[in-house]
Design a protein. Structure first.
Length: 364
């Protein structure tokens, strides 16, 4: 940010908040270092970042046009800029891309907040969690705002791991193909997560919520048929693309299935449809065809956008047949109305699981 010295002195103050651990140099194409945040009624802002990230905090005093503003810049580029409506003394929270390779987290207060930032301190609790007391809100005037979990995550070992079954209740659908017990290993990848909500559609329908729910049900159904399943995430956490691929490659999975929901440019409500991508190879195409055929059966009227080759990182860099499934448009009137319903998400999960099982039976 470039500005004259006088303007800087009058309106901006670099607060003595900067707490830098060993800096990790991220490229401009890295995903955002911000993984989760939470602002509680006690006025404490908590953050979770990638390990050893560099943070810079700033404050701008209110004027006639806006209230006090506090923001933090993070390394790595945010995928989905967005605004979160505030409450009480908070007007709104914004997450954006001030320049290439950066993420900016902004808290804008209502006017007449009269904050005193000179005593604020951004404290690094450990290598990837932070906190700062920014205000003392009057009791019962503010409700918590957050995205993702700010609790410290355990860092995964680089050594190969066995597939771990998570405690997800198994669903009971009939007519699923049978395969040999404990022979196959499948990685299910719910797209996005944490602050990266993915596409945001009609009435605030979030891609991350939809695909995580569908993915958990897919995993449950496959486990019920004796398939070993590993999910790349089981809750709302931020996860870069590389660890998703590494998980699949080092565990020797037979297939990798990444589940997503689509969005149209301009959020056009008349655009709906289902599609499945693969990178190359007849096995990848076969897996995509099996899944596409099944999800179309449970989504009558939604256009068939086809099975296509794609160059998405997670299907290009995996060592096994891999597909990326788009289960509908959260911005489309028809698809969004369905995806917001638990009953339809279960049907989609059933369809994906059936397509996977048909593929495994065919290649076994």
């Amino acid at each position: 940010m470039k500005m004259g010295k006088n303007l800087f002195r009058k309106t901006f103050r670099l607060i003595p908040l900067l707490f830098i651990l060993n800096c990790l140099n991220l490229s401009a194409h890295s995903s955002s270092a911000l993984a989760a945040w939470s602002l509680g009624p006690n006025g404490v802002l908590e953050l979770r970042t990638k390990t050893n990230s560099k943070l810079k905090a700033f404050f701008q005093k209110a004027n006639n046009s806006f209230g006090d503003r506090f923001w933090i810049d993070f390394q790595g580029e945010l995928k989905t800029p967005r605004k979160i409506k505030g409450n009480g003394p908070i007007k709104e929270i914004r997450l954006g891309k001030p320049s290439k390779g950066l993420t900016r987290f902004v808290i804008e207060f209502n006017q007449n907040s009269n904050l005193k930032p000179l005593n604020w301190k951004l404290i690094g609790k450990n290598e990837n969690t932070w906190k700062i007391k920014i205000a003392s809100f009057p009791k019962n005037t503010f409700q918590k705002l957050s995205e993702g979990s700010v609790e410290k995550l355990k860092i995964n070992s680089t050594k190969p791991k066995k597939f771990i079954q998570t405690n997800i209740p198994q669903s009971n659908f009939s007519n699923l193909p049978s395969v040999k017990q404990n022979k196959f290993y499948v990685v299910i990848d719910p797209g996005h997560g944490g602050p990266d909500s993915g596409a945001i559609g009609i009435d605030g329908l979030r891609e991350t919520d939809v695909v995580l729910d569908v993915s958990k049900t897919v995993a449950s159904l496959l486990r019920g048929k004796g398939v070993n399943v590993r999910m790349t995430r089981i809750n709302e956490v931020d996860l870069d693309l590389s660890p998703r691929v590494s998980l699949a490659n080092r565990t020797g999975a037979d297939i990798f299935v990444s589940i997503h929901a689509n969005a149209s440019r301009g959020k056009k409500k008349n655009i709906n449809g289902l599609e499945t991508f693969y990178y190359d190879g007849w096995k990848g195409r076969l897996l995509a065809e099996k899944i596409q055929r099944q999800i179309l059966k449970v989504s009558p009227g939604s256009p068939d956008r086809g099975v296509r080759r794609g160059r998405y990182y997670v299907i290009k860099r995996t060592n096994m047949p891999a597909v990326l499934v788009e289960i509908g448009f959260v911005t489309g009137r028809l698809d969004a109305r369905r995806l917001e319903k638990n009953s339809h998400r279960k049907r989609v999960a059933y369809a994906i699981a059936k397509g996977i099982l048909e593929y495994l039976k065919r290649v076994s």
